[in-house]
Design a protein around this ligand. Structure first.
Ligand code: MG
Length: 378
């Protein structure tokens, strides 16, 4: 056998192994559940809700004070699973698109909620896009299945709840005096996140540095355009203890991003450029890592597959969120023990959370021990 042939076979075996890992998470779950718990009728209900932000929130492209969400619930044999769709305007979903999509979801035709893979595949195939709407069903179904099993998802997945990372806390773009105030308010957080991508980037960092020397993560939201300038800025940021940078250039500039990743003194994470499972393979060589968000990737099922695939490709992983209640944040937090960084501050930035779930304790993600995604309504 030639060397090439052997190498080919070796990589084929590795690929098959990776495929097995990726398709495996739920296979043995249903087999151990008593028959009476697997049979019944699932009912999906949903209602639009609007989150009010504590501070007006600015990124490089816009400013806003509210975020529309849709709350979902799947009822089965007297047990309810909770879910949520969060729709920041730039992703194109709204109260109307989400409720329209959910009106097409018929869960009554499935008898067994443990048939997660098939149910969620069918929902994904209703039509393309609508990823937040799909996530709202995925999260509620995971919550229901975890409750039926009496286990939180970190246990079902086999993740160590003590290995959660610190979460970053976002300081939005603002006037220097407000930035100083926000930085002081963020006392308990060990890592702060700064939105960049405007003319005032250096001023923003220097203002925060005048108040604290905590490590910073930064998110450019595609706001820089030239790779050489971006590299210069990355070196400047490195000197100021910036530990990671999200989406420094537009996602379409993959050659420039690869050029930058090769030279950058700071890890570069793809967020806008990495939406779903199919994007993870393409991220290798372009970014050092990926940002996973349930609302981009249709929920917990696909998020876990992205996490495992990224790991197998040697990519770093950041788990993130939109502005969300503790429902969707808690759902995402179950993956955090396997992630390098967490950016799960969405529920901390709103005034009207309606769930109790994942907590941040001295800056660290603390997973809820309750079954399912671990939330209760407050
Ligand atoms: Mg981002």
């Amino acid at each position: 056998m030639s060397q090439n042939r052997r190498d080919f076979l070796k990589s084929a075996v590795l690929a098959a192994g990776a495929a097995m890992i990726i398709n495996d998470p739920y296979t043995s779950i249903a087999e151990n559940i008593p028959a009476h718990m697997k049979s019944g009728s699932m009912k999906l209900s949903y209602r639009p809700y609007t989150l009010e932000l504590k501070h007006a929130f600015s990124i490089s492209s816009n400013t806003r004070t509210t975020t529309p969400i849709v709350l979902t619930e799947i009822e089965f044999n007297g047990i309810s699973g909770f879910g949520e769709a969060s729709m920041p305007p730039y992703l194109g979903e709204s109260h109307k698109t989400v409720t329209d999509f959910l009106s097409e979801v018929d869960l009554s035709k499935y008898e067994n909620p443990f048939d997660l893979e098939n149910i969620l595949d069918d929902i994904d195939n209703i039509k393309p896009g609508n990823t937040a709407a799909k996530a709202s069903v995925d999260i509620a179904l995971h919550d229901l299945v975890g409750k039926l099993m009496g286990q939180p998802w970190f246990n079902i997945w086999g993740y160590d709840k003590n290995k959660t990372p610190y979460t970053s806390f976002t300081i939005g773009i603002d006037k220097p005096e407000i930035i100083r105030l926000k930085t002081k308010e963020a006392e308990q957080y060990k890592i702060l996140k700064v939105k960049l991508g405007r003319e005032t980037d250096k001023e923003m960092i220097e203002t925060i540095r005048s108040v604290t020397d905590k490590p910073l993560t930064t998110d450019v939201n595609q706001g820089w355009k030239e790779k050489e300038k971006a590299l210069e800025m990355l070196h400047w940021l490195k000197e100021r203890n910036v530990i990671v940078v999200e989406q420094p250039l537009p996602k379409e500039q993959t050659d420039d991003l690869a050029w930058l990743a090769e030279r950058s003194p700071i890890p570069i994470i793809g967020d806008e450029g990495v939406q779903r499972l199919a994007d993870v393979k393409k991220a290798a060589g372009v970014y050092h890592g990926i940002k996973i968000k349930l609302m981009k990737c249709t929920g917990m099922r696909e998020a876990q597959k992205m996490l495992l695939l990224a790991r197998s490709l040697g990519l770093k992983v950041m788990i993130g969120c939109m502005t969300e209640t503790s429902c969707a944040i808690s759902a995402a937090s179950h993956l955090s023990p396997m992630c390098d960084w967490a950016d799960l501050d969405g529920a901390l930035l709103i005034k009207n959370d309606i769930f109790d779930g994942m907590k941040v304790t001295d800056g660290k993600v603390t997973l809820p021990a309750r079954p399912g995604i671990g939330v209760v309504k407050i």
